[in-house]
Design a binder for this molecule. Sequence first.
Ligand code: ADP
Ligand code: MG
Length: 376
Amino acid sequence: MALIDDIAARHGSPDAAARAPGRVNLIGDHVDYCGGLVMPFAIDRDCVCAIIEGETDRDAIVLSSLNEDKEHRVTLADAVQPGVGAARGSWQSYVLGAIAGIEELGALDALGGCRVAVATDVPLGAGLSSSASLEVSVALAAASRCGVSVGGLELAKLCQKAEHEFAGVPCGLMDQAISVLGRSGHVVMLDCSDESTRTVAVPADSELVVINSGVKHALADGEYGQRRAVCERAAAEIGVEHLAHADLESTASLDAEAEPLARHVVSETGRVRLAAERLAAGDLAGCGTLMYESHASLRDDFRVSCSEIDAIVETLRGVPSVFGARMTGGGFGGCVIALTTPGAFDTVAAAVEAHRTICPDLAVMRVRASAGAALL
Ligand code: ADP
Ligand code: MG
């Protein structure tokens, strides 16, 4: 049954509803906050948000998620204040951040007395951006309910702000942008320095497979902030606004901490540019080579991979129907994305099965490049 039907069966028929997809980044990780190029695609898995009238207290809203058991009642006044209506980083904080963003655009009164219900089939915390899909679906549904029109990068930025201020996660714009801008059958190359986008068709004679390691190492958050700070320092020392715009030679003058990080940011941005050319030319093998190079750079220079993910990528390197594979997302666990020949899913799933001994929650899924968020 569709997620929207699950919500309706539990809470009654919606007065406004929207869906927003999770995403996979095909190539270009840890460059979005350095003004680099990224190449994500929206996946065929969504968070759905439905707004349902009928709660008696007109000054409050009720939040519920089919993925969580407890519902959460909050006054409209508290809802829009970071850290007040819900604890920072709780699932409710993402929802309230999105609602607060809509409040800045118009009146929230129309939400009073409503239930804001969500359900998702994006795995939570796996690096497929369930958080951005949650924010975007809630913002779109709330905007519709409140008679506010918002879309494109304006919507993405509103949701990024929700993640920064309400959830306390200092993320780049990529996840929210692709959840809004995704296009069926295409990746979207986003230049994070000027926010321009270009879509590139995924060649028909290919398939995309995600291997979710189910592994999540706790150091991810702290390491992210630390890497980000070093990248900012490196940009200042080289004298560029965006580290991704530095040339490779200038990164050699940096100290031992900053140099490999900067080398990754600059080289990764070059790989994304090349990957767009190769994809557009239908050069799947060439694109796959760049994915392996990207993985090595994230592993050796940026040092955000982990042994479980490295081992999966190495296994895939030995599978003839795999053009390329790499870690995707923030790192320290999460998912591997593989670009394969059509019909390779079973072969890939069988090949990585041996990793279940170290990754007990291993899951393999075929994903399709899909359309971005929409009202339902
Ligand atoms: P990712 O975005 O890679 O999935 P994050 O840690 O950024 O990982 O976000 C995961 C968090 O998003 C979850 O722990 C949960 O708080 C929240 N979340 C996303 N979707 C939902 C949902 N449908 N219901 C409840 N919480 C959700
Ligand atoms: Mg997230």
